[in-house]
Design a protein. Structure first.
Length: 160
């Protein structure tokens, strides 16, 4: 009797495992790790701005794709016209997430609890703050490094 209850508890825990939600929170953290890896080990500052923009765009695109898949799985729909109950499809959901990412993505993870999934708003906010903090810090330091190189080059040329 106790074994069957333990098996039911394990099965319930396995059902509550939210892989897509975990992926949506982890993608910005993985992007932060990539930014720091490029910054610390590649030491290639001349095109760091381009790398940061590419990582930002890829992060937004990947999170938008995963959020669109998860919203379809949960049965969330975008209302176009309330009186006639007209709803948008997957492509509209994708473009709403893509265009309004800074608002739509966190609000989607907050509203997931209304559709039987976990609320991942707080972990996502921490993840996004780390991601944007990494982008701004690495961008700032790379610009300072460029300015420092320019200063030393001018100083060397003025001594001659």
């Amino acid at each position: 009797m106790e074994d069957s209850q333990e098996n039911n508890n394990l099965a319930g825990k396995e059902k509550k495992l939210d892989i897509l939600g975990f992926i949506m929170v982890i993608i910005p953290l993985i992007s932060s790790i990539m930014i720091w890896y490029w910054f610390l080990y590649l030491d290639y500052f001349k095109r760091m701005g381009t790398y940061l923009i590419v990582v930002l765009v890829l992060t937004i695109l990947l999170t938008t794709i995963v959020a669109t898949i998860d919203s379809h799985r949960l049965g969330m729909k975008i209302e176009i016209f309330k009186k006639k109950k007209i709803y948008g499809g997957k492509f509209l959901t994708f473009f709403v997430f893509l265009i309004l990412w800074l608002y739509a993505y966190p609000s989607f993870l907050l509203r997931r609890k209304n559709f039987g999934s976990r609320n991942l708003f707080i972990p996502l906010i921490i993840s996004i703050l780390i991601f944007f903090g990494s982008i701004f810090y690495v961008s700032y330091v790379s610009e300072m490094k460029k300015a420092e190189e320019i200063y030393f080059n001018r100083k060397i040329h003025t001594k001659r």
